[in-house]
Design a protein around this ligand. Structure first.
Ligand code: GCW
Length: 723
């Protein structure tokens, strides 16, 4: 090495160290689970080095280019030196990355069964012997499969998995794996707790923030292939030419990552931006307007995905404004999109202030009779539970009740009712509980996951949607552990049968370290976190006790809102006698919307799982639970248990201090302290309030509140985010 080269190397090393240093201080978390730092384990390092010494990778498309770039970047980082990549195949290649069409006949024949399984998006990673030489093969039918295969390989390497004899055949079980952004055109994010919207509409289309590509890359790494850019409380302006140009710019950036763009369609757009005097879906001019609009969109965005629509829900306009049904409205849009293979996703989140029956029953009542009446490019999107993204709800009874309509699962990744981005709550535990729930439609073993992936009723199209928790915060999600919810959502959209433990472990290894002294205890912390939030907010089936509007903190006493079902008192129905919502046949009869096998279990308090007890029953304060406690004591002890669980989480976190950087440690520690303070706030406020009905003392083991009820009731949060 001559002097200049040595100097250059020194300069490189020094600047690299400087970057590392500044990363730790100011860019902590930006890389999410995709940081590629050098693998220290010498055994794995040398194994991977041998396998990736010479890579054949012929790329002839934008998506393959993306895959190739990622592979290069990953190996360069993980092994500390860039790989040699070749466009043409030779026997020196130790690794082949190639689509099926570029493989030899013999190999295609040998892998025939696998190729038949993996469809357009699946992939194969295999260790093979070709003419006496070991090679590592990544192959797929289509480009997108190669991209996912590359990400998978890099994840395996990052988590130090041996690639000797590897044989992975993986295919997504759900076709559309979507994010729903509730992002407004002014860049505020409804229920967003991680800064502002990523989409800088003001500077688009010319200014393409590099973060857009980072966003696409991260999503592709977990298999997300669709994104709805705008809020379901929609603004018609996004459908004007000026905005569509901007949408097209984003679509172009996302395309090489296999991600399609969707928009929310405001039903009154023909009037608001089209100059018509009606938006009646049966009006000829309205139909023509949408047809022209869709044609215009596809001119700019040839692979545009379609529309997501919130109609006649919480004041949004819809077909019912003209006396037409959801079916008529959805099918009108579906007709406009069909020639371009676009789809309509119509939300079932409806409840009317004019319907005095139980809100939990309304979506089912309104939508189930429409089963089979929607066009085949319409999907109906249903929230996981019948009320609204509570810490715990039973699964929505619509799942399983509409065999002839593809239903989209809507999960909320952003923590509207779960402590915003201040509380550590690992949501895959919640998602898993819903997906694993038994519907008893078509007999046993008919889980919600099977409804969603289309396997139970043989639906031709399947989808899952997650309301994004992403914003302009440096680490994207506010709480570092909220990244795990984004990651975990993507993994479950790919495979709704994965366990939350598996997901937690993957994420921890990819994000923090492979050291099991860290991974094992923190995995336990994550798993317990979901039950903790249920316990300190809404134990034993209580729900919607959050303070009004912003949903931050407890407000179980709120009873003065214009719509009855916006009041927490509507949900807990606490009185001198007892507490809980009677949804059995003697009450609202919501249980009859479930299969008889389940209704039977829910209908009697003795058989109802304790976690849903007060969801389905109004019980006396001295009702005796199976565990021997009277209801009042059980509620109080659950609130205390939630607080104790957060204390345990802090204890676990303190134990791993030496295993991560100070910045990483401190950030989560501070947030956990907030969580503890707020868990106590929840316990105190709710117990003091419910005590005004029960008139009973707190049982031993429950800490006494340090303030009076009036104090908690006087707290106001005019600037709580996301509202
Ligand atoms: O939970 C409610 C939220 C609203 C949201 C609505 C919905 C986008 O509080 O902010 O609106 O659900 O899902 O449409």
């Amino acid at each position: 090495m001559n002097i200049t080269a040595a100097q250059a190397k020194l300069f490189y090393v020094v600047s690299f160290l400087l970057i590392l240093n500044s990363n730790a201080q100011s860019l902590g978390g930006y890389d999410l689970w995709l940081g590629y730092s050098k693998i220290e384990d010498p055994v794995r390092h040398s194994e991977y080095q041998k396998l990736t010494k010479s890579i054949f990778f012929s790329s002839q498309s934008p998506i393959l280019d993306t895959a190739r770039k990622e592979l290069w970047r990953g190996i360069d980082g993980l092994l500390g030196q860039p790989p040699k990549m070749h466009d043409s195949l030779s026997l020196i290649n130790t690794m082949w990355v190639s689509k099926k069409m570029n493989l030899g006949k013999d190999m295609v024949n040998a892998l025939k069964a696998d190729f038949e399984r993996i469809g357009n998006e699946g992939f194969i990673i295999k260790s093979l012997t070709v003419r006496g030489k070991r090679i590592l093969l990544i192959t797929a039918n289509e480009d997108q499969g190669i991209l996912y295969g590359v990400f998978k390989l890099l994840q395996l390497m990052k988590t130090h998995k041996s690639l000797e004899g590897i044989n992975v055949v993986d295919v997504p079980k759900i076709q559309l794996r979507m994010l729903n952004h509730w992002d407004n055109l002014d860049r505020t994010v409804e229920r967003g707790y991680a800064g502002f919207s990523l989409w800088n509409w003001q500077k688009l289309p010319e200014y393409k923030d590099p973060r857009y590509e980072d966003y696409a890359r991260v999503n592709a790494s977990i298999g997300i292939n669709a994104t709805v850019l705008t809020n379901v409380n929609a603004n018609a302006l996004v459908l004007t030419s000026a905005y569509l140009e901007k949408v097209a710019a984003l679509a172009e950036i996302f395309r090489p990552y296999g991600i399609k763009v969707y928009l929310t369609a405001r039903f009154s757009a023909p009037m608001e931006i089209g100059g018509l005097n009606t938006s009646d879906p049966l009006d000829k001019d309205v139909i023509n307007w949408w047809n022209d609009k869709v044609e215009q969109i596809y001119k700019d965005i040839p692979d545009f995905g379609g529309f997501l629509v919130k109609a006649n829900s919480e004041g949004q306009p819809g077909p019912q404004n003209y006396g037409r049904s959801h079916v008529v409205g959805a099918n009108m849009l579906a007709n406009a999109l069909r020639p371009f293979k676009g789809i309509v996703i119509w939300r079932a989140f409806v409840y009317s202030e004019k319907d005095a029956t139980d809100r939990a029953k309304q979506a089912f009542k309104e939508f189930v009779p429409y089963d089979g009446k929607f066009q085949d490019n319409v999907l109906v999107q249903v929230k996981n539970g019948p009320i609204d993204f509570q810490p715990r709800e039973p699964f929505h009874p619509m799942f399983g009740a509409m065999p002839n309509t593809p239903l989209v699962m809507e999960f909320q990744i952003t923590q509207e009712y779960l402590g915003f981005s201040s509380h550590l709550v690992f949501l895959p535990k919640l998602f898993e509980e819903v997906l694993d729930a038994e519907t008893y439609k078509k007999g046993k073993n008919a889980t919600v996951a099977k409804v969603i992936d289309g396997s139970l009723f043989n639906n031709k199209i399947s989808a899952m949607a997650g309301v994004a928790n992403i914003g302009t915060d440096l680490n994207w999600t506010g709480h570092p552990f909220a990244q795990a919810n984004w990651y975990g959502y993507g993994r479950l959209a790919w495979n709704p049968y994965l366990s939350s433990e598996t997901i937690a472990e993957e994420w921890l290894r990819l994000t923090y370290t492979n050291d099991s002294a860290f991974v094992e205890p923190i995995k336990d912390l994550m798993i317990v976190s979901r039950e903790a939030v249920v316990n300190y907010m809404t134990p034993l089936g209580l729900h919607h006790l959050m303070d009004t509007g912003h949903h931050y903190g407890p407000g179980p006493w709120v009873s003065d809102l214009s719509r009855p079902e916006w009041n927490p008192t509507y949900y807990h129905k606490g009185d001198k006698e007892g507490i809980g919502f009677d949804r059995t046949p003697s009450g609202s009869d919501a249980t009859s919307q479930y299969a008889p096998e389940i209704a039977k279990i829910f209908n009697t308090p003795e058989t109802c799982p304790p976690e849903y007890l007060l969801w389905f029953h109004h019980l006396r304060w001295d009702y005796k639970l199976k565990n021997g406690l009277i209801l009042w004591d059980a509620i109080a002890l659950k609130y205390q248990e939630g607080v104790n669980q957060v204390e345990e989480m802090i204890g676990i976190w303190e134990q791993i201090k030496s295993l991560i950087t100070d910045d990483q440690y401190d950030e989560v520690k501070m947030l956990l302290e907030i969580q503890l303070k707020e868990a106590k706030w929840w316990r105190n406020a709710c117990l003091l309030y419910f005590q005004t009905f029960s008139g009973r003392e707190l049982p031993p083991g429950v800490e006494h509140p340090d303030e009076k009820l009036e104090f908690y009731q006087s707290l106001k949060f005019p600037y709580a985010p996301g509202n």
